[in-house]
Design a binder for this molecule. Structure first.
Ligand SMILES: [Cu+2]
Length: 231
């Protein structure tokens, strides 16, 4: 009996969502440091309530050359002391996050708010920004996701400048370089592409009449043989 009680207790512990004031977690999502009501020390009141729907996924990166993942927008502007209600939608079947960095540590442990979906889905969370004119980094911290494009910026009161490597907004710190190694195989591949992509179609077009005659003759021959075989 004692063993059964212990097993039931541990099963409930493992299967139930984990939630406390700073963190909510279940098998589909995680939210850390959401703050819907505590004012930053420099804010006498909430100045405005902003509802942001932020989508994440591969399809949002298609407009950026060489990128693999992105948010649907790369920049948001809010007033000082704004309360931001985020609806985070993951359009992919893989994990994505929204992490906002640089927030005051006395309200947000490690200075960040973290929303995460382990696959396709959506969640909501709120937080309140301080009054300082500042640009906050927003990104997905999964390996290589920010480098592959999932990076954005949140500006409070117009921000204090653009962050580097924001797709479509600022230049990359370390731009990708795709130099060509001109070996024999590279030249051979290039010649083959030219032949298959240009020369071969040109030959076919220029000899269309005779090719059609050959094809017709072949078709009649095959049809005749098939008729003979089935008589
Ligand atoms: Cu991601």
């Amino acid at each position: 009996m004692k063993l059964i009680i212990i097993l039931v207790f541990y099963s409930l512990l493992l299967c139930s969502p984990v939630a406390h004031s700073r963190m909510f977690m279940n098998d589909k999502m995680m939210i850390m440091n959401a703050n819907p009501d505590k004012l930053p020390s420099d804010c006498p009141k909430i100045s405005e309530e902003v509802n942001l729907t932020i989508r994440a996924g591969h399809k949002h990166a298609l407009k950026f050359t060489g990128k693999m993942f992105a948010f649907d927008q790369q920049e948001w502007n809010v007033k000082p002391c704004a309360k931001i209600n985020i609806t985070f939608i993951n359009d992919d079947q893989i994990r994505h996050q929204i992490m906002v960095h640089g927030l005051p540590g006395y309200l947000y442990p490690d200075g960040m708010v973290h929303l995460e979906l382990y696959g396709e889905g959506q969640l909501q969370a709120s937080f309140i920004v301080p009054s300082k004119k500042k640009t906050y980094l927003v990104h997905c911290e999964l390996p290589q996701h920010a480098e592959k494009g999932m990076k954005a910026q949140l500006k409070v009161d117009g921000g204090d400048g653009d962050l580097p490597s924001i797709p479509g907004i600022s230049a990359a710190v370390n731009a990708d370089s795709y130099t060509v190694d001109w070996t024999f195989n590279t030249w051979a591949a290039l010649v083959m592409c030219i032949v298959l992509g240009f020369a071969l179609p040109l030959v076919l077009i220029m000899n269309a009449a005779s090719l059609k005659a050959i094809a017709t003759k072949l078709w009649i021959t095959l049809k005749t043989r098939w008729k003979i075989k089935n008589q």
